[in-house]
Ligand binder design. Structure first.
Ligand code: SF4
Ligand code: FES
Length: 272
């Protein structure tokens, strides 16, 4: 039972058993079990992990390695699978924004790294997500000169298009989509990046090259393909939807066809 808030404003606390993955790079890993006696319900999940590490250090043991940075849901670093779910049980919430009041006193919580072939474990809960960096380096940018910021009304973008681009831009590159997919697919991530840039006028001149290059980089980095299970959408903390995968497929196919007709000199439909 959760102990009630004590007079003087102290938090209620939880007694927890934690099963946490311990692994060194290239070696087999295993779960280690630890108990934390008094975790404040107001603590975030990462703060709870800090408490565990402080307890381990005080006992002369090695703390667990885990990634984190902003701790406010914007950097995408806090990659942990909690009770089998990337970022834990709450929809639309990153690990750093998950609070311990969402767990029960006496609960056993299992904490693992992202599980995906393209994200090898570096140590304990930290994985190598450089595959995402390679995808971004292949096309997640605008290199054409777009000049200085124009007066807003001279570059009208229809509201639904601007909304769709900004929704896709919410992707924080956390990798939960890959970790939740049985194929280890990065299509939701790549679809979000391609959609964000290709929809806007500044991104249009390089749209074809971007779609092809990012899909190639995704394949080269060892990510799997999409078979429409939708786990990525269910676990994405930023609400990116499968629509971006449909757009990615359309942009990629269009780019390949345009490239094919350009290389053969055959006219495209409509004679352009
Ligand atoms: S699409 Fe969602 S789950 Fe995938 S990297 Fe972006 S924010 Fe994370
Ligand atoms: S630590 Fe930055 S999103 Fe969680």
């Amino acid at each position: 039972m959760v102990k009630e808030n004590a007079p003087g404003g102290h938090d209620a606390t939880l007694r927890l058993t934690l099963r946490v993955w311990r692994q060194r790079r290239g070696q087999p890993g295993a779960f280690e079990e630890h108990t934390l006696a008094a975790v404040p319900t107001s603590a975030s999940f990462l703060e709870m992990m800090d408490l565990l590490n402080e307890q381990l250090v005080r006992a002369g043991k090695e703390p667990f390695a885990f990634d984190h940075d902003c701790r406010e849901g914007i950097c995408g670093m806090c990659s942990m699978t909690i009770n089998g779910m990337p970022h834990g049980p709450l929809p639309g919430v990153t690990t750093c924004q998950l609070h311990m009041r969402n767990f029960r006193d006496g609960e056993t919580i299992t904490v693992e790294p992202w599980r995906a072939r393209a994200f090898p474990v570096l140590r304990d809960l930290a994985v190598d997500r450089s595959g995402f960096d390679k995808v971004i380096q292949a096309g997640g940018f605008i290199s054409v000169r777009t000049g200085s910021a124009p007066e807003a009304n001279t570059l009208p973008v229809p509201k639904p298009v601007a909304d769709a681009a900004m929704d896709a831009a919410e992707c924080i590159g956390c990798g939960a989509c890959v970790a939740s997919c049985k194929n280890g697919s990065a299509m939701l991530f790549v679809g979000a990046k391609v959609t964000h840039l290709n929809l806007l006028p500044q991104g249009a001149p390089e749209a074809d090259r971007r779609a092809v290059a990012m899909v190639r980089a995704m394949d080269d980095a060892g990510f799997g393909n999409c078979t429409n299970y939708g786990e990525c959408q269910a676990h994405c903390p930023k609400g990116i939807t499968l629509d971006v995968i449909a757009r990615l497929n359309r942009d990629y196919l269009g780019a390949r066809l345009r490239g094919f007709f350009a290389s053969t000199g055959k006219p495209r439909r409509g004679g352009d």
